[in-house]
Design a binder for this molecule. Sequence first.
Ligand SMILES: O=C(O)CCC(=O)C(=O)O
Ligand SMILES: [Fe+2]
Length: 197
Amino acid sequence: MESATLFRTPFPHGTVRGVFPEDVARELAMWIGDERTWRDCDREDPPRRSFYWTSTAAPPAIAGLLTPALMRSLREQAEEIFGKSFERDFPVSANRYPVGHGIKIHNDYFPDPAAHRYFFTHRLIVYLSPDTDADSGGLLGIFERDDPGTRIRTIVPAFNAGSLMAMGPGSFHAVSAVKTGVRYSIGFSFTNITGRY
Ligand SMILES: O=C(O)CCC(=O)C(=O)O
Ligand SMILES: [Fe+2]
């Protein structure tokens, strides 16, 4: 990671650039943008927008990219940025948003950890669409409340940049509809070792 900026309000969130080494980012982008990566999911109806693995078991095609050393380094950097300690192993997801897709305001907050298979307290999302700019849509909005009129920050999902968010009851965020291309990302979902938000 090159440089991280963390804001404290309305909840800890921020941005980071140059998350992966440039060659790793390019190879991950080729993989996530390859229709073969999504082929099995594509047979599903509706087609899947995400799939998960754990940090110790990356899909074979990218196991040489998302190595244990890289996973550890990402976790340690996220720990440093947030000032928390995270569980050693964590879920990782590949995500895609085609044109027209986004997510309305939500907080990813689950009062009961046991109720959610991919429970997490902090997240780093790394964007992997090479030609993205502010006009491509798919912008990550940060909101003060569960109200579209309270947006206080807009994060462009630029190639190999990441967003950071601590989750809690007030962590309201949304993704605006994608306008061009497909918005690809890999999400790293960390859990505070205290098990609390
Ligand atoms: O991809 C992003 O920027 C945010 C996605 C998100 O909010 C989610 O998957 O819950
Ligand atoms: Fe979310």
